[in-house]
Design a protein around this ligand. Structure first.
Ligand code: ADP
Ligand code: ZN
Length: 721
């Protein structure tokens, strides 16, 4: 027997399978989907078996050396998805397969995450005449237990344990332990569906055995989660499984708790806060068919669940469903592929559907369900926009008078406040008011952010860090450094000054670095240990705290000013989501949005909770400017450390595209990327807009091949930009 093995090598040049002989000793173990070690040139590498062959006419064929893992790492569906992903994103097959697996199962030397075992002792012989007191004490442990942890017995006497084993009294058995266990749920789940929820469910039920995409458009607090839960109950009754995707930042303990209260023992969870060992254990539970529900972030779309009856993407508009590294896939594309394979529906849940999804729903490509009321009869919050230009005149540059006053009001009423500021650190840049010097990253064209708690300047792109505790400008030596730009640290500092008795907590990636930090903050806030929660967009999603009655958006302009065609859409959704945290129970909530552009249409759509006008406004813009959903968009980036060479090559790329694409296809650029320089690597980009272009994919594939052999530049193609 022979096997086609996909060898793990970075280069696209060797992105194909190689045939090996399966040695007799492994004939019963190696099968499709095995992770094996093989000789490759002078090296020993790892690879995946993608096919088994009966015969092979290669002379001098090499043999598979060994099996790296006992389990089957890739089932047939995963292999199919691997090819699909390769085709869809133009990445290498090896890259696509690797990205589907947890680290423990990646073909890569040095990764050695194993199953975890605990050794137990069991009693195998009744006592005869034992006289040694420590041996008797060890055996006494078995009076009430069938099994005793080896460690516990050894604490009495290690040599005693040894002797008892030798004389046949005890035997060691090994049991695998799961490193990850969900906590007992505290959530009470006696709820009757509202009429809207009932209707939504009825409609979903029509599509259980169909490969349909359903857009579930429900305002914040309309109770989409309960609809998911009821639908999943149906699916499980039919002996099928469900895959639930959630953006990383809304994978809160609250959300998992809610699911766990309904489906105890049937859930596996996959997200980046788990250790690699925990991820491996969770993944195996899924692969072995031990769970029927998977909840996870983007890459959980590759969870090897079988017999899928329903796929859910919650907050489906979220950018986090798109992977920015290779393979640049969108979880929705994979979800649709799997829904074809399993003949099941995909539900896209959102309070602010992205324009692509909504326009498809309007064209009836997707089914559409709307829920416009909040479940607990709570009203949607009252939103006010404050003109910060006016506030600045009376030196209220951080908190407007209105917001400050309302916070005091909440503090007096023992209610809670959430403040959103989408920038971490203390000051976003430091500059000298005397000579104009600005601290910049030596590797990137980016200003360094000041982090006061650690006394450092940091680059948020490449991670460059520099100790900082001077008052003098390094250039003109004057004491004239200014800390400009507002980050969460500075905001926290300011709040502590203005509200000295309030309990304030900051939540951003800096304060939630360690496992469990995030859960702790959320739990403590829920237990009312803090009055004010300050944070980046982490605080905007998925959280459900009944006592939060005020949400403040400190700087709404930050997201509106991002130079990206999606910035309006993203701002609308971020601000609506964040506002949705206020007044989720019956007490009415309030939101204050601070901006220097108070007349910006997007802010006013948010204020009026007017999705429809937002949609129409933005669609018109997209049409005029030829953006999705009217046009497909492809981004091509070319990067190099050699600036001159890069300029030459990007010009060539442009000419190549003009020659080979359809005449109607629009090719924009080259333009410098933003940022232009990251980690000493320069980057240019070209944007392609097209409606119908049959040749384009082939043309890009060829371009990709051209640059595979060029070691001086990297070509990056994003087909679903
Ligand atoms: P969404 O995800 O749509 O923003 P959630 O699913 O988080 O909304 O629900 C909002 C709140 O309403 C939650 O506190 C939830 O427990 C509550 N809720 C949802 N459905 C019902 C119901 N049928 N009866 C009572 N409370 C409900
Ligand atoms: Zn940098």
């Amino acid at each position: 027997m022979f096997a086609n093995v996909l060898v793990e090598i970075k280069s696209k040049k060797v992105d194909k399978t190689f045939t090996y002989k399966i040695p007799d000793k492994l004939i019963n173990e190696v099968c499709v989907g095995s992770l094996v070690t093989i000789p490759f040139g002078k090296r020993e590498l790892e690879g995946y078996v993608l096919k088994i062959l009966d015969s092979c006419d290669i002379e001098d064929i090499k043999e598979i050396k060994g099996l790296k893992k006992n389990e089957i790492v890739l089932n047939e569906e995963m292999i199919e998805l691997g090819y699909f992903l390769q085709e869809k994103t133009l990445c290498s097959l090896s890259c696509s397969i690797q990205s589907m697996l947890p680290k423990a199962l990646k073909a890569k030397k040095g990764v050695n995450i194993k199953k975890k075992y605990i050794s137990y002792l069991i009693r195998t012989k009744k006592d005869e005449h034992l006289s040694k007191p420590n041996q008797i004490a060890i055996l006494n442990l078995f009076e009430n237990n069938r099994e005793v942890k080896l460690k516990d017995a050894e604490e009495i006497s290690a040599s005693g344990v040894k002797t008892l084993i030798k004389n046949g009294y005890l035997e060691i058995i090994k049991k695998e332990v799961n490193r990850f266990n969900l906590k007992e749920s505290m959530y009470s789940n006696e709820k009757t569906l509202t009429i809207e929820q009932e209707n939504a469910l009825k409609k979903i039920r029509q599509f259980y055995n169909k490969k349909t995409t359903i857009l579930l458009h429900g305002v914040t607090g309309s109770g989409k989660t309960l609809v998911y839960i009821e639908a999943i109950k149906d699916v499980l009754k039919n002996n099928k499984t469900a895959l639930v995707l959630v953006p990383e930042i809304s994978l809160t303990p609250q959300l998992i708790d809610r699911f766990n209260s309904y489906f105890k023992g049937s859930i596996a969870v996959l997200h980046s806060h788990l250790s690699e060992g925990e991820k491996y254990d969770e993944w195996r539970k899924i692969n072995e068919g031990k769970v029927s529900i998977v909840i996870g972030a983007r890459s959980a779309i590759f969870a090897p669940l079988k017999n899928i009856g329903l796929i859910i993407l919650d907050e489906a508009h979220s950018l986090s469903y798109k992977q920015e590294n290779n393979p640049k896939y969108h979880a929705l594309d994979i979800a649709k592929k799997r829904s074809e394979i399993w003949n099941c529906p995909v539900i896209l849940g959102s309070a602010t559907p992205d324009l692509n999804s909504m326009s498809r729903a309007l064209k009836k490509v997707y089914e559409y369900i709307y829920m416009g009321k909040r479940a607990q009869n709570a009203k949607l919050p009252n939103i006010t926009i404050v003109d910060m230009a006016n506030e600045a005149k009376c030196s209220h540059t951080i908190l407007s008078r209105d917001l400050e006053y309302k916070i005091i009001e909440r503090l007096n009423n023992h209610e809670q406040v959430i403040l959103l500021l989408n920038r971490r650190g203390h000051s976003t840049y430091i500059s000298c008011s005397n000579c104009g010097y600005v601290y910049k990253c030596p590797n990137c064209d980016i200003t360094l952010t000041y982090h006061k708690t650690k006394n450092t300047l940091r680059c948020h792109y490449c991670g460059y860090t520099k100790f900082f505790n001077t008052k003098k400008c390094p250039k003109c030596l004057e004491n004239s450094l200014n800390y400009l730009g507002l980050g969460t640290e500075k905001l926290e500092e300011y709040l502590e000054e203005v509200f000295p008795t309030a309990k304030i907590k900051r939540m951003d990636t800096d304060t939630t670095k360690n496992k469990g930090d995030y859960d702790e903050v959320i739990n403590e806030f829920a237990e009312f240990k803090y009055d004010i929660l300050v944070g980046t967009q982490m605080v905007s999603k998925g959280l459900d705290f009944p006592k939060v009655t005020l949400v403040g958006i400190i700087n709404a302009d930050a997201s509106l000013n991002i130079p990206d065609y999606k910035s309006n859409e993203q701002s609308f959704s971020l601000l609506s989501q964040a506002s949705g945290r206020a007044g989720r129970n019956s007490s009415s909530g309030e939101v204050i949005i601070q901006s220097y552009m108070p007349l910006h249409p997007i802010l006013n759509f948010v204020k009026n909770n007017d999705y429809k006008s937002f949609f129409n406004y933005e669609m018109k813009l997209r049409k005029t400017l030829k953006y999705p959903p009217y046009y497909f968009l492809i981004q091509i980036k070319l990067k190099s450390r050699d600036y001159e060479y890069l300029v030459k090559e990007i010009t060539k790329v442009k000419k190549y595209l003009e020659r080979n694409c359809d005449k109607k296809t629009i090719i924009l650029g080259p333009a410098t990327s933003n940022p232009f320089l990251v980690n000493k690597v320069y980057s240019f980009e070209i944007l392609i807009k097209y409606r119908y272009d049959e040749k384009i994919k082939e043309c890009l594939k060829d371009l990709d091949v051209l640059y595979q052999t060029d070691s001086k530049v990297t070509l990056d193609i994003d087909l679903s930009y």
